[in-house]
Structures are given as structure tokens and as C-alpha cells.
Design a protein around this ligand. Structure first.
Ligand code: SF4
Length: 317
């Protein structure tokens, strides 16, 4: 204009998102809490996938880990105790284009939300389901949870938890239409990142049990685990999680495990002597409920009314 070079342009550039675009409020978990590592890994996955923050939503129930939506720069829904999954399924049903992350804990998912956990796995709606399993109710200060190890002293069992904990892996593997089951620990960032990335890329409900340190209320459980890598069994396979050489060094006990083999996944998950790490089961072809439930959504109001009339007419006596 007037021979001068314009210093502005109407051209629309693609946005490039940085980690800061996925950051919400300052995380207020205790120092040393494993939740910090999970938050960082999830933000890195979103950044590396260049997912638009406004097309992502993080849903949670109640518990320490359920504060995650506050710390994400995405949409968020901090719900009721045990009810993260029905909210997440509702979001996916009405807004299938949104990318849904669920943050829940062992108490929230495996106790109060048990029925939702079972039905959500069967529905297999496309979402990343992160269960932060610290084996204790941390937010309410140390009650026994469904995964508290036998003998651990808690406020509700001062002489030690009295019955064996749930095995969330075998339970999840036993649910109809299960499509993705993985286990990881919070203190190995490369494996945590790769596992969440694989879960994010999976179409369906990706169940990831994250063994998560609570140094305040369950320190002895996780110190013991951290100090004894021989208690873990790293799962290797070309169809499994990509393994960094540092991950192989940290977990020397390894087996070749094909994640499409459900019977083998059960055997690995049920072994009381070892914590498997990596992808136990993957069935990418399992049907997603949103594909089925959305059928007919393009019908006009008149077509819907006509259909309703037809059904009601069948009930006329
Ligand atoms: Fe984390 Fe435990 Fe503190 Fe909760 S109480 S924020 S789980 S360290």
C-alpha cells in the first residue's frame, strides 16, 4: 500500500502448540507425588500429537489424581466420586469429535465407580482412561482402598489391611469388548510417555493402570517396588509399547508377549509374583459404542416423530 511493505498479513497460519498451551493452574499435589509425572507425560503426548487444546477435555471423579482437569489447559470436568466415566461417555456420545482423557484413582474407579468401570470398558468409547493407582485413599488421608496390599496399616485398618487386593488387570481383561489394557509406573518417564501415547492413539477405551507413588500415605509400598526392579516383568513385542534402551536397562526381567493374545494376557496379569509393565492386550477392531449409538443422528425431527409414532402404534391394543 502506497509503496510501503505491509507488516501484517491476512494469511491464516497453522498454530503450533507448545507444552504451555496444555498447562492449566499450578499443580498442588505433594512434592514427590507420582501424579506430577503423569500430568507431564499427558501434556507431552498432546503437544507431540499437536492436538488442539480446545478439542480436548479432561474428566475426573474425586481424589488427589482427580485434580488433573484443573492443571490441564484443555476443557475439563471435575465430577462426583466414582462418576468420571459416565460423564466421559456422555461427552463422547454427544461430541464424538472431542478427545477425551479420564483421570481417576483406585478408590474412584475400582470402588465407588466399579459399575461404571465395567460398563465403560464394554462400551469401548474412544477415550484414554488413566487410573492413578496409589493403593490408598490419599485425599481423605489414608483409608484402605481396593488395591491396598494386605497388611498395610491404614486409618481404617490400623493393624493392617485384611484381605487381598483386587487385581484391576485381570478384572478389566475379563470384561466383554475390552480393547486395550496396559500397566506402567509413574517413575519411568519414557515408558509412561510411550504407553500414554499408544493409549491415546488407540481407538476405543484405553485402560492404563498407572502404579503411582504416594510418598505421604503409602511410602513403604512404592519404595519397596521402586527399589526392587526384579518385581516387574517388562513386556516386549513388535505390536507392544516402544521401548527405549533405558527402559530395558531399568527392568531387566522381560518376556516376549503378543498383545493380541488374550489368554496369555490373563496369565501375565494373574501372576502374583510379578508386576507386568507394558501392553497386555490390544484389540483394535473392537466396536466402539459411539459408532453404533450415533446411527440415525442425521434424521430430521419429522423423521424421528414418524418413527416414534410407528413404534407407539405397535403398542395400540
Ligand atoms: Fe499425591 Fe499422596 Fe499427596 Fe495425594 S496425598 S497428592 S496421592 S502424595
Amino acid at each position: 500500500m502506497f509503496g510501503l511493505k505491509a507488516d501484517w498479513s491476512l494469511e491464516v497460519f497453522d498454530r503450533y502448540f507448545t507444552i504451555g498451551d496444555y498447562a492449566g493452574g499450578e499443580a498442588r499435589w505433594c512434592p514427590g507425588c507420582g501424579d506430577h509425572a503423569v500430568l507431564s507425560a499427558a501434556q507431552r503426548v498432546l503437544r507431540d500429537e499437536q492436538q488442539k487444546p480446545e478439542l480436548s477435555v479432561c474428566v475426573s471423579g474425586i481424589g488427589c489424581s482427580s485434580r488433573m482437569p484443573h492443571y490441564m489447559g484443555t476443557y475439563g470436568f471435575h465430577g462426583l466420586h466414582g462418576r468420571a466415566l459416565p460423564v466421559a461417555c456422555g461427552i463422547k456420545a454427544r461430541r464424538p469429535e472431542l478427545d477425551v482423557w479420564v483421570a481417576t484413582g483406585d478408590g474412584d474407579c475400582f470402588s465407588i465407580g466399579t459399575s461404571h468401570w465395567i460398563h465403560a470398558i464394554r462400551y469401548n468409547m474412544d477415550m484414554t482412561l488413566m487410573v492413578f493407582d496409589n493403593a490408598i485413599y490419599g485425599l481423605t488421608k489414608a483409608q484402605t482402598s481396593p488395591t491396598t496390599p494386605m497388611g498395610l496399616k491404614t486409618n481404617t485398618h490400623p493393624f493392617g489391611a485384611t484381605i487381598d487386593p483386587h487385581n484391576p488387570l485381570t478384572i478389566t481383561l475379563g470384561i466383554t469388548n475390552v480393547s486395550f489394557v496396559a500397566q506402567v509406573v509413574d517413575w519411568n518417564p519414557p515408558l509412561l510417555y510411550e504407553t500414554l501415547k499408544a493409549a491415546y492413539r488407540h481407538r476405543g477405551t484405553a485402560f492404563v493402570r498407572i502404579v503411582q507413588r504416594c510418598p505421604v500415605y503409602a511410602e513403604e509400598v512404592f519404595k519397596e517396588l521402586q527399589n526392587d526392579p526384579s518385581r516387574f516383568l517388562l513386556l516386549e513385542h513388535e505390536k507392544g509399547i516402544a521401548l527405549d534402551p533405558s527402559v530395558r536397562r531399568q527392568f531387566p526381567e522381560r518376556i516376549e508377549h503378543d498383545p493380541s493374545d488374550l489368554a496369555s494376557a490373563f496369565r501375565v496379569a494373574a501372576d502374583p509374583g510379578r508386576f507386568p509393565l507394558g501392553l497386555l492386550y490390544h484389540a483394535p477392531e473392537a466396536p466402539c459404542y459411539e459408532d453404533l449409538s450415533s446411527q440415525g443422528s442425521e434424521m430430521t425431527p419429522e423423521q424421528r416423530l414418524a418413527g416414534l409414532d410407528k413404534v407407539l402404534d405397535q403398542l395400540t391394543i
